[in-house]
Design a protein around this ligand. Structure first.
Ligand SMILES: [Zn+2]
Length: 476
Protein backbone atom coordinates (compact mmCIF):
# COMPACT_ATOMS: atom_id res chain seq x y z
CA UNK A 1 0.00 0.00 0.00
CA UNK A 2 1.10 3.55 -0.77
CA UNK A 3 -0.17 6.67 1.00
CA UNK A 4 0.59 10.37 0.87
CA UNK A 5 2.91 11.20 3.76
CA UNK A 6 2.56 14.83 4.86
CA UNK A 7 6.08 15.08 6.23
CA UNK A 8 7.72 13.45 3.21
CA UNK A 9 5.39 15.51 0.96
CA UNK A 10 5.13 12.47 -1.29
CA UNK A 11 3.26 9.24 -1.85
CA UNK A 12 5.37 6.61 -0.14
CA UNK A 13 5.18 2.83 0.36
CA UNK A 14 3.79 1.85 3.76
CA UNK A 15 5.88 -0.88 5.36
CA UNK A 16 4.73 -1.54 8.92
CA UNK A 17 7.35 -1.51 11.67
CA UNK A 18 6.23 -5.01 12.59
CA UNK A 19 5.69 -7.28 9.59
CA UNK A 20 2.06 -8.20 9.03
CA UNK A 21 0.79 -5.77 11.65
CA UNK A 22 -0.28 -2.16 11.03
CA UNK A 23 -0.85 0.38 13.81
CA UNK A 24 -2.98 3.48 13.27
CA UNK A 25 -3.72 6.37 15.60
CA UNK A 26 -6.62 8.53 14.46
CA UNK A 27 -7.35 11.90 16.03
CA UNK A 28 -10.91 11.59 17.24
CA UNK A 29 -13.76 13.95 18.00
CA UNK A 30 -14.01 16.67 20.61
CA UNK A 31 -17.31 15.63 22.12
CA UNK A 32 -19.14 18.93 22.60
CA UNK A 33 -21.44 18.74 19.58
CA UNK A 34 -22.60 16.36 16.83
CA UNK A 35 -20.01 15.60 14.18
CA UNK A 36 -20.90 17.18 10.84
CA UNK A 37 -20.40 15.51 7.49
CA UNK A 38 -16.97 17.16 7.09
CA UNK A 39 -15.85 15.48 10.32
CA UNK A 40 -17.33 12.21 9.10
CA UNK A 41 -15.20 12.39 5.97
CA UNK A 42 -12.12 12.71 8.20
CA UNK A 43 -13.23 9.75 10.33
CA UNK A 44 -13.72 7.64 7.19
CA UNK A 45 -10.01 7.97 6.33
CA UNK A 46 -8.63 5.47 8.89
CA UNK A 47 -11.46 3.07 7.96
CA UNK A 48 -10.39 3.15 4.30
CA UNK A 49 -6.75 2.60 5.28
CA UNK A 50 -7.82 -0.30 7.49
CA UNK A 51 -9.85 -1.94 4.73
CA UNK A 52 -7.03 -1.50 2.19
CA UNK A 53 -4.53 -2.98 4.67
CA UNK A 54 -6.78 -5.91 5.52
CA UNK A 55 -7.24 -6.64 1.82
CA UNK A 56 -3.45 -7.07 1.74
CA UNK A 57 -3.61 -9.49 4.64
CA UNK A 58 -2.34 -7.10 7.33
CA UNK A 59 -3.69 -7.21 10.83
CA UNK A 60 -4.70 -3.71 11.92
CA UNK A 61 -4.79 -2.12 15.35
CA UNK A 62 -6.56 1.24 15.37
CA UNK A 63 -6.82 3.61 18.32
CA UNK A 64 -8.96 6.75 18.20
CA UNK A 65 -9.09 9.20 21.09
CA UNK A 66 -12.11 10.92 22.55
CA UNK A 67 -11.30 14.51 23.51
CA UNK A 68 -13.49 15.42 26.44
CA UNK A 69 -11.24 17.98 28.10
CA UNK A 70 -8.61 20.53 27.17
CA UNK A 71 -9.70 21.41 23.64
CA UNK A 72 -9.93 25.17 23.82
CA UNK A 73 -12.08 27.29 21.56
CA UNK A 74 -8.91 28.84 20.16
CA UNK A 75 -7.25 25.52 19.40
CA UNK A 76 -9.13 25.07 16.18
CA UNK A 77 -6.59 24.90 13.39
CA UNK A 78 -5.77 28.29 11.96
CA UNK A 79 -7.36 30.14 14.85
CA UNK A 80 -4.54 28.93 17.02
CA UNK A 81 -1.08 30.38 16.70
CA UNK A 82 1.16 27.55 17.71
CA UNK A 83 -0.21 27.38 21.19
CA UNK A 84 0.17 31.10 21.79
CA UNK A 85 -3.39 31.70 22.79
CA UNK A 86 -4.02 29.50 25.79
CA UNK A 87 -6.95 30.90 27.68
CA UNK A 88 -7.72 29.68 31.17
CA UNK A 89 -11.32 30.68 31.71
CA UNK A 90 -14.01 28.03 31.98
CA UNK A 91 -15.67 29.23 28.81
CA UNK A 92 -12.65 28.48 26.70
CA UNK A 93 -12.85 24.70 27.10
CA UNK A 94 -15.24 23.52 24.42
CA UNK A 95 -16.83 20.79 26.53
CA UNK A 96 -17.28 23.09 29.56
CA UNK A 97 -18.72 25.85 27.41
CA UNK A 98 -21.28 23.46 25.95
CA UNK A 99 -22.08 22.09 29.42
CA UNK A 100 -22.85 25.65 30.54
CA UNK A 101 -25.10 26.17 27.50
CA UNK A 102 -26.99 22.92 28.13
CA UNK A 103 -27.12 23.39 31.89
CA UNK A 104 -25.71 19.97 32.76
CA UNK A 105 -22.44 18.43 33.86
CA UNK A 106 -19.43 18.40 31.57
CA UNK A 107 -19.07 14.62 31.53
CA UNK A 108 -22.79 14.11 30.88
CA UNK A 109 -22.46 16.34 27.83
CA UNK A 110 -19.30 14.57 26.72
CA UNK A 111 -20.86 11.09 27.01
CA UNK A 112 -23.97 12.16 25.09
CA UNK A 113 -21.95 13.44 22.12
CA UNK A 114 -19.61 10.46 22.35
CA UNK A 115 -22.65 8.18 21.94
CA UNK A 116 -23.78 10.27 18.98
CA UNK A 117 -20.32 9.91 17.44
CA UNK A 118 -20.47 6.10 17.68
CA UNK A 119 -23.98 6.08 16.24
CA UNK A 120 -22.84 8.17 13.24
CA UNK A 121 -19.82 5.93 12.65
CA UNK A 122 -22.10 2.89 12.57
CA UNK A 123 -24.46 4.60 10.13
CA UNK A 124 -21.52 5.10 7.77
CA UNK A 125 -20.29 1.50 8.20
CA UNK A 126 -17.05 2.71 9.76
CA UNK A 127 -15.59 -0.19 11.71
CA UNK A 128 -15.12 0.60 15.41
CA UNK A 129 -11.56 1.30 16.50
CA UNK A 130 -9.93 -1.26 18.78
CA UNK A 131 -9.84 1.31 21.57
CA UNK A 132 -11.36 4.71 22.25
CA UNK A 133 -9.32 6.19 25.11
CA UNK A 134 -10.88 9.23 26.78
CA UNK A 135 -8.67 12.18 27.67
CA UNK A 136 -10.41 12.65 31.02
CA UNK A 137 -9.53 9.07 31.97
CA UNK A 138 -5.90 9.29 30.85
CA UNK A 139 -4.70 12.08 33.15
CA UNK A 140 -2.03 9.95 34.96
CA UNK A 141 -0.48 9.12 31.56
CA UNK A 142 -0.27 12.82 30.76
CA UNK A 143 1.27 13.66 34.13
CA UNK A 144 3.93 11.00 33.51
CA UNK A 145 4.60 12.38 30.04
CA UNK A 146 4.93 15.95 31.32
CA UNK A 147 7.18 14.83 34.19
CA UNK A 148 9.50 13.09 31.71
CA UNK A 149 9.60 16.21 29.52
CA UNK A 150 10.43 18.41 32.51
CA UNK A 151 13.18 16.07 33.68
CA UNK A 152 14.77 16.06 30.24
CA UNK A 153 14.68 19.84 29.95
CA UNK A 154 11.94 20.07 27.33
CA UNK A 155 9.31 21.59 29.61
CA UNK A 156 9.15 24.19 32.38
CA UNK A 157 6.67 25.82 34.74
CA UNK A 158 5.78 29.25 33.37
CA UNK A 159 5.02 32.49 35.12
CA UNK A 160 1.32 31.69 35.47
CA UNK A 161 1.90 28.22 36.99
CA UNK A 162 1.11 26.33 33.76
CA UNK A 163 3.63 23.87 32.33
CA UNK A 164 4.95 24.79 28.90
CA UNK A 165 6.82 22.86 26.25
CA UNK A 166 10.07 24.57 25.33
CA UNK A 167 9.71 24.70 21.54
CA UNK A 168 13.34 25.69 21.00
CA UNK A 169 14.47 22.48 22.71
CA UNK A 170 13.30 20.53 19.66
CA UNK A 171 15.22 21.74 16.59
CA UNK A 172 13.11 19.61 14.23
CA UNK A 173 10.02 21.63 15.11
CA UNK A 174 8.19 22.62 11.94
CA UNK A 175 9.23 19.71 9.73
CA UNK A 176 5.66 18.46 9.52
CA UNK A 177 3.82 21.69 8.74
CA UNK A 178 6.59 23.89 7.37
CA UNK A 179 5.99 26.41 10.17
CA UNK A 180 9.54 26.82 11.46
CA UNK A 181 10.08 28.58 14.75
CA UNK A 182 12.01 31.46 13.20
CA UNK A 183 8.98 32.18 11.03
CA UNK A 184 6.45 32.19 13.88
CA UNK A 185 6.37 35.75 15.11
CA UNK A 186 5.26 36.78 18.57
CA UNK A 187 1.59 37.67 18.45
CA UNK A 188 1.27 36.04 15.04
CA UNK A 189 -2.48 35.52 14.55
CA UNK A 190 -2.96 36.36 18.18
CA UNK A 191 -4.98 39.30 19.36
CA UNK A 192 -4.00 39.37 23.01
CA UNK A 193 -0.41 40.57 22.74
CA UNK A 194 2.63 38.66 23.93
CA UNK A 195 2.06 36.22 26.78
CA UNK A 196 4.50 37.00 29.59
CA UNK A 197 4.00 33.63 31.29
CA UNK A 198 6.22 31.66 28.90
CA UNK A 199 9.82 31.97 27.79
CA UNK A 200 9.26 31.93 24.07
CA UNK A 201 6.24 32.96 22.06
CA UNK A 202 5.83 29.60 20.31
CA UNK A 203 5.93 27.50 23.50
CA UNK A 204 2.61 25.87 24.30
CA UNK A 205 0.90 24.69 27.46
CA UNK A 206 1.21 20.97 28.25
CA UNK A 207 -0.74 21.50 31.44
CA UNK A 208 -2.85 24.54 32.24
CA UNK A 209 -3.28 25.91 35.70
CA UNK A 210 -6.98 26.36 36.32
CA UNK A 211 -8.52 29.58 37.51
CA UNK A 212 -10.74 29.77 40.61
CA UNK A 213 -13.98 29.61 38.62
CA UNK A 214 -13.27 26.26 37.01
CA UNK A 215 -14.92 23.57 39.12
CA UNK A 216 -15.21 20.67 36.65
CA UNK A 217 -12.56 18.74 34.74
CA UNK A 218 -9.79 19.78 37.12
CA UNK A 219 -7.07 17.50 38.48
CA UNK A 220 -4.38 17.85 41.13
CA UNK A 221 -0.81 17.54 39.94
CA UNK A 222 2.69 18.23 41.27
CA UNK A 223 2.26 21.68 39.67
CA UNK A 224 -1.09 22.46 41.24
CA UNK A 225 -4.67 22.01 40.08
CA UNK A 226 -5.36 22.26 36.39
CA UNK A 227 -6.19 20.45 33.20
CA UNK A 228 -4.26 19.12 30.20
CA UNK A 229 -3.53 20.86 26.93
CA UNK A 230 -5.21 19.24 23.94
CA UNK A 231 -1.91 18.29 22.26
CA UNK A 232 -0.70 16.53 25.42
CA UNK A 233 -3.44 13.92 25.37
CA UNK A 234 -2.71 12.52 21.92
CA UNK A 235 1.00 12.00 22.72
CA UNK A 236 0.23 10.34 26.05
CA UNK A 237 -2.52 8.03 24.80
CA UNK A 238 -0.86 7.05 21.52
CA UNK A 239 2.47 6.19 23.19
CA UNK A 240 0.70 4.22 25.90
CA UNK A 241 -1.58 2.20 23.63
CA UNK A 242 0.50 1.82 20.47
CA UNK A 243 4.08 2.10 21.67
CA UNK A 244 6.90 4.33 20.47
CA UNK A 245 6.67 3.39 16.80
CA UNK A 246 3.29 4.08 15.23
CA UNK A 247 2.86 3.28 11.54
CA UNK A 248 0.19 5.82 10.60
CA UNK A 249 -1.31 8.86 12.30
CA UNK A 250 -4.39 10.34 10.66
CA UNK A 251 -6.41 13.52 11.03
CA UNK A 252 -7.96 16.38 9.11
CA UNK A 253 -5.55 18.72 7.35
CA UNK A 254 -6.44 21.49 9.84
CA UNK A 255 -4.82 19.40 12.59
CA UNK A 256 -1.42 19.39 10.88
CA UNK A 257 -0.58 22.64 12.67
CA UNK A 258 -0.36 23.22 15.54
CA UNK A 259 -1.91 20.02 16.93
CA UNK A 260 0.21 17.44 15.12
CA UNK A 261 3.36 19.56 15.01
CA UNK A 262 3.21 19.95 18.79
CA UNK A 263 2.29 16.32 19.35
CA UNK A 264 5.25 15.20 17.26
CA UNK A 265 7.64 17.37 19.27
CA UNK A 266 6.30 15.99 22.58
CA UNK A 267 6.32 12.32 21.54
CA UNK A 268 9.73 12.47 19.90
CA UNK A 269 11.31 14.25 22.88
CA UNK A 270 9.93 11.66 25.28
CA UNK A 271 11.21 8.69 23.28
CA UNK A 272 14.26 10.18 21.61
CA UNK A 273 13.09 8.77 18.29
CA UNK A 274 10.63 9.50 15.47
CA UNK A 275 7.42 8.00 16.85
CA UNK A 276 5.00 8.42 13.95
CA UNK A 277 6.30 6.83 10.77
CA UNK A 278 3.68 8.35 8.45
CA UNK A 279 1.34 11.32 8.90
CA UNK A 280 -1.71 11.09 6.65
CA UNK A 281 -4.17 13.99 6.41
CA UNK A 282 -7.60 14.27 4.83
CA UNK A 283 -8.53 17.43 2.95
CA UNK A 284 -11.24 19.95 3.71
CA UNK A 285 -14.83 19.50 2.74
CA UNK A 286 -17.08 22.26 1.43
CA UNK A 287 -20.84 21.94 1.36
CA UNK A 288 -22.59 23.54 -1.61
CA UNK A 289 -19.37 25.46 -2.24
CA UNK A 290 -19.05 26.92 1.25
CA UNK A 291 -17.03 26.05 4.31
CA UNK A 292 -19.20 24.39 6.90
CA UNK A 293 -19.54 26.63 9.89
CA UNK A 294 -22.09 27.31 12.54
CA UNK A 295 -21.88 31.05 12.02
CA UNK A 296 -23.11 30.77 8.42
CA UNK A 297 -25.74 28.16 9.30
CA UNK A 298 -24.06 25.82 6.86
CA UNK A 299 -23.67 22.72 9.02
CA UNK A 300 -24.96 19.38 7.76
CA UNK A 301 -25.19 16.33 10.01
CA UNK A 302 -25.69 12.67 9.16
CA UNK A 303 -29.19 13.01 10.62
CA UNK A 304 -29.96 15.80 8.11
CA UNK A 305 -29.02 13.46 5.27
CA UNK A 306 -31.34 10.76 6.65
CA UNK A 307 -34.13 13.29 7.19
CA UNK A 308 -34.07 14.04 3.46
CA UNK A 309 -34.75 10.37 2.74
CA UNK A 310 -31.23 9.40 1.73
CA UNK A 311 -29.42 6.28 2.84
CA UNK A 312 -26.55 7.44 5.10
CA UNK A 313 -24.24 5.21 3.09
CA UNK A 314 -24.90 7.52 0.14
CA UNK A 315 -22.63 9.91 2.06
CA UNK A 316 -19.97 7.24 2.23
CA UNK A 317 -20.19 6.69 -1.52
CA UNK A 318 -20.17 10.45 -2.18
CA UNK A 319 -17.01 10.76 -0.07
CA UNK A 320 -15.34 7.85 -1.84
CA UNK A 321 -16.17 9.34 -5.24
CA UNK A 322 -13.37 11.79 -4.42
CA UNK A 323 -9.92 10.99 -3.16
CA UNK A 324 -9.32 11.74 0.51
CA UNK A 325 -6.72 14.38 -0.16
CA UNK A 326 -8.72 16.35 -2.68
CA UNK A 327 -10.87 19.15 -1.44
CA UNK A 328 -14.44 17.93 -1.84
CA UNK A 329 -17.43 20.09 -2.60
CA UNK A 330 -20.29 17.96 -1.34
CA UNK A 331 -23.77 18.91 -2.58
CA UNK A 332 -27.28 17.59 -2.08
CA UNK A 333 -27.17 16.65 -5.74
CA UNK A 334 -24.03 14.52 -5.31
CA UNK A 335 -25.56 12.81 -2.26
CA UNK A 336 -28.74 12.15 -4.23
CA UNK A 337 -26.79 10.71 -7.16
CA UNK A 338 -24.84 8.44 -4.79
CA UNK A 339 -28.09 7.35 -3.17
CA UNK A 340 -29.53 6.35 -6.57
CA UNK A 341 -26.37 4.38 -7.39
CA UNK A 342 -26.37 2.49 -4.09
CA UNK A 343 -30.02 1.55 -4.41
CA UNK A 344 -29.50 0.38 -7.99
CA UNK A 345 -26.45 -1.69 -7.04
CA UNK A 346 -28.32 -3.36 -4.19
CA UNK A 347 -31.17 -4.17 -6.51
CA UNK A 348 -28.82 -5.61 -9.12
CA UNK A 349 -27.05 -7.68 -6.47
CA UNK A 350 -30.39 -9.04 -5.24
CA UNK A 351 -31.40 -9.80 -8.81
CA UNK A 352 -28.09 -11.56 -9.62
CA UNK A 353 -28.40 -13.57 -6.41
CA UNK A 354 -31.50 -15.29 -7.77
CA UNK A 355 -29.48 -16.85 -10.63
CA UNK A 356 -26.68 -19.41 -10.74
CA UNK A 357 -23.48 -18.53 -8.91
CA UNK A 358 -20.10 -18.24 -10.62
CA UNK A 359 -16.50 -17.55 -9.67
CA UNK A 360 -15.79 -13.88 -9.15
CA UNK A 361 -13.95 -11.75 -11.69
CA UNK A 362 -10.41 -11.69 -10.35
CA UNK A 363 -9.44 -9.01 -12.88
CA UNK A 364 -12.03 -6.56 -11.58
CA UNK A 365 -11.42 -7.30 -7.90
CA UNK A 366 -7.66 -6.99 -8.30
CA UNK A 367 -8.12 -3.69 -10.10
CA UNK A 368 -10.18 -2.42 -7.17
CA UNK A 369 -7.65 -3.58 -4.60
CA UNK A 370 -4.88 -1.97 -6.63
CA UNK A 371 -6.80 1.31 -6.69
CA UNK A 372 -7.22 1.23 -2.90
CA UNK A 373 -3.53 0.39 -2.44
CA UNK A 374 -2.58 3.32 -4.69
CA UNK A 375 -3.00 6.08 -2.09
CA UNK A 376 -6.69 5.21 -1.63
CA UNK A 377 -7.76 5.95 -5.19
CA UNK A 378 -11.39 5.29 -4.34
CA UNK A 379 -12.79 7.12 -7.41
CA UNK A 380 -10.92 4.64 -9.60
CA UNK A 381 -12.18 1.68 -7.56
CA UNK A 382 -15.74 2.89 -8.03
CA UNK A 383 -15.19 3.30 -11.77
CA UNK A 384 -14.03 -0.33 -11.93
CA UNK A 385 -17.28 -1.41 -10.27
CA UNK A 386 -19.37 0.71 -12.65
CA UNK A 387 -17.59 -0.89 -15.60
CA UNK A 388 -18.17 -4.35 -14.21
CA UNK A 389 -21.87 -3.59 -13.77
CA UNK A 390 -22.16 -2.85 -17.49
CA UNK A 391 -19.77 -5.54 -18.74
CA UNK A 392 -21.88 -8.01 -20.72
CA UNK A 393 -18.98 -10.47 -20.99
CA UNK A 394 -19.18 -11.20 -17.24
CA UNK A 395 -21.98 -13.47 -16.03
CA UNK A 396 -24.49 -12.27 -13.44
CA UNK A 397 -23.23 -14.88 -10.97
CA UNK A 398 -19.66 -13.59 -11.33
CA UNK A 399 -20.86 -10.01 -10.96
CA UNK A 400 -22.64 -10.97 -7.76
CA UNK A 401 -19.55 -12.54 -6.20
CA UNK A 402 -17.30 -9.67 -7.30
CA UNK A 403 -19.67 -7.01 -5.94
CA UNK A 404 -19.86 -8.81 -2.61
CA UNK A 405 -16.07 -9.11 -2.38
CA UNK A 406 -15.65 -5.48 -3.46
CA UNK A 407 -18.03 -4.41 -0.71
CA UNK A 408 -15.50 -5.48 1.92
CA UNK A 409 -13.42 -2.56 0.63
CA UNK A 410 -16.29 -0.16 -0.02
CA UNK A 411 -18.58 -0.84 2.95
CA UNK A 412 -21.85 0.00 1.15
CA UNK A 413 -24.02 -2.87 2.38
CA UNK A 414 -24.57 -4.04 -1.18
CA UNK A 415 -25.98 -7.41 -0.03
CA UNK A 416 -28.75 -5.73 1.96
CA UNK A 417 -31.59 -6.48 -0.47
CA UNK A 418 -30.72 -10.10 -1.21
CA UNK A 419 -33.76 -12.28 -0.58
CA UNK A 420 -36.13 -9.32 -0.43
CA UNK A 421 -39.02 -9.30 -2.86
CA UNK A 422 -38.20 -6.87 -5.64
CA UNK A 423 -40.38 -3.77 -5.77
CA UNK A 424 -42.91 -4.22 -8.52
CA UNK A 425 -42.75 -1.68 -11.26
CA UNK A 426 -46.08 -0.36 -12.46
CA UNK A 427 -45.76 0.30 -16.14
CA UNK A 428 -48.03 2.98 -17.45
CA UNK A 429 -48.96 3.13 -21.10
CA UNK A 430 -46.62 6.10 -21.47
CA UNK A 431 -43.70 4.19 -19.95
CA UNK A 432 -44.41 1.12 -22.09
CA UNK A 433 -44.39 3.31 -25.16
CA UNK A 434 -41.06 4.91 -24.20
CA UNK A 435 -39.55 1.48 -23.53
CA UNK A 436 -40.65 0.24 -26.94
CA UNK A 437 -39.26 3.35 -28.67
CA UNK A 438 -35.99 2.83 -26.80
CA UNK A 439 -35.80 -0.82 -27.82
CA UNK A 440 -36.15 0.24 -31.46
CA UNK A 441 -33.63 3.07 -31.07
CA UNK A 442 -31.07 0.64 -29.66
CA UNK A 443 -31.75 -1.91 -32.40
CA UNK A 444 -31.00 0.91 -34.86
CA UNK A 445 -27.92 1.92 -32.88
CA UNK A 446 -29.31 5.42 -32.25
CA UNK A 447 -27.44 5.81 -29.00
CA UNK A 448 -28.18 9.49 -28.39
CA UNK A 449 -31.91 8.83 -28.86
CA UNK A 450 -31.64 5.82 -26.55
CA UNK A 451 -30.07 8.02 -23.85
CA UNK A 452 -32.80 10.64 -24.25
CA UNK A 453 -35.42 7.96 -23.76
CA UNK A 454 -33.58 6.67 -20.69
CA UNK A 455 -33.83 10.19 -19.22
CA UNK A 456 -37.53 10.38 -20.10
CA UNK A 457 -38.10 7.07 -18.28
CA UNK A 458 -36.08 8.31 -15.30
CA UNK A 459 -38.41 11.30 -15.14
CA UNK A 460 -41.23 8.77 -14.68
CA UNK A 461 -39.27 7.13 -11.85
CA UNK A 462 -38.09 4.15 -13.87
CA UNK A 463 -34.44 3.13 -14.15
CA UNK A 464 -33.61 1.18 -17.25
CA UNK A 465 -30.44 -0.81 -17.85
CA UNK A 466 -29.38 -2.94 -20.77
CA UNK A 467 -28.63 -6.59 -20.28
CA UNK A 468 -27.90 -9.40 -22.66
CA UNK A 469 -31.64 -10.20 -22.49
CA UNK A 470 -32.70 -6.69 -23.45
CA UNK A 471 -33.89 -3.82 -21.30
CA UNK A 472 -34.29 -4.38 -17.60
CA UNK A 473 -36.27 -1.95 -15.47
CA UNK A 474 -36.34 -1.01 -11.82
CA UNK A 475 -37.86 1.70 -9.69
CA UNK A 476 -35.63 4.68 -9.06
ZN1 LIG B 1 -5.10 14.46 18.31
Amino acid sequence: MHLHDTKAKAVVPIAPARAGFLTIYACGPTVYRDAHVGNMRTFLLPDLIRRAAEAEGLQVRLVQNITDVGHMADDTGLGDAGGIDEGQGDGDDKVLAQAAREGRGALAVARAYEDAFHRDLALLNIYPADEYPRASESIPLMIDLITTLMESGHAYVGGDGSVFFDARSYPQYGELSGNRLDQLRPGHRFDGGVDESKRFHADWALWKKSGPTRTQLVWDTPWGAGFPGWHTECSAMSLHLLGDSIDIHTGGIDLRFPHHEDERAQSNCVTGSEVVRHWVHGEHLLFEGRKMSKSTGNVVLVSDVIARGFDPLALRLAFMSNRYRQQLNLTWESISAADTTIRRWRERVAQWATGPSAALSVTHLDAMKAAFADDLDTPRAITVLRELEKDSSVSDGAKLETFLAADRLLGLDLARDIGKAPATVEITEEAADLLEQRRIARAEKQWARSDELRDALAALGIAVTDTSDGQSIALL
